[in-house]
Every structure is written in C-alpha cells, then in structure tokens.
Design a protein around this ligand. Structure first.
Ligand SMILES: [Zn+2]
Length: 135
C-alpha cells in the first residue's frame, strides 16, 4: 500500500487481530516521508453473502444490520457503542448458518432478535415491533 501523504512505499510496523469483528488492524509507516497511518482489513460481506427471502436476493449489508440494531437500542445512552459490538457479535454467530454463500433473511432476523433480547429486553421488544414476522 502506498503512503496517503506522499505516494511512497510503506511497511507494516504493528498489526493486531480484532477477534470480535474478525478484522486485522495494521499500523503503516512510510519509507519516504515517515508518515504513519492505520489500515483495517475486514471481510467484504456484500460480495461474500447473499441474503435470501421469498421476494428477492440481495447482498448482505453490515450497515443495514447495524442500523436495525441501533434503532432497537436507541433508548440506551450507549446505543452506538452497544450497536457496534452487538452487530459484530451477530455477524460472527451467523457464520455457521451460511450455506452456499447464502443466508435467509429469516435466520438473520431470528438471531438478531435472540441476541438483542438477551442483551436488553427492551431492545428485543423494539426489534420485534419493526420485524413482526420474526419468531
Ligand atoms: Zn509518505
């Protein structure tokens, strides 16, 4: 990867696995200008997972899942931080449910509801109100 400041070549000075989000964090340093910046390697879920329902098939969107979790946690002061961690937790729990690079929207909603309900009963109730077909 080239330097964002001068276009010079960079090297990795530090890297860490982020277990919860299944990502790798890397600190890079530039050979030319000594600039330092961070990169984050994550799964490109949109190209990796198709979400299926009776009506349509579409790309998996972490952002979409995050928004629905965030909306369900809005009553909490730590809504954004909780939604970030909960979204990562839900996605990791979805891994074993992926079949032929696909997940049903029903399985995503079911797991999301279960996880939210366990975390905060009110969040579970909010989620269910927006997704009444989830059991
Ligand atoms: Zn540079």
């Amino acid at each position: 990867m080239v330097c964002i400041y001068c276009g010079g070549t960079t090297f990795v000075t530090n890297s860490r696995k982020q277990k919860r989000s299944n990502a790798i964090w890397r600190r890079r340093s530039c050979n030319a200008c000594r600039g330092i910046f961070t990169t984050l390697e994550t799964v490109d879920y949109a190209t990796a997972i198709i979400v299926t329902s009776l009506e349509q098939h579409r790309e998996f969107s972490r952002d979409k899942l995050f928004v629905s979790v965030y909306e369900s946690c809005k009553h909490r002061k730590d809504a954004q931080a909780s939604a970030t961690l909960l979204t990562d937790t839900i996605i990791k729990q979805l891994y074993p449910l992926i079949k032929d690079a696909s997940l049903s929207v029903k399985s995503i909603r079911k797991l999301t509801l279960k996880t939210l309900h366990r975390f905060d009963e009110v969040a579970g109730v909010h989620y269910k109100a927006y997704h009444p077909d989830t059991n």
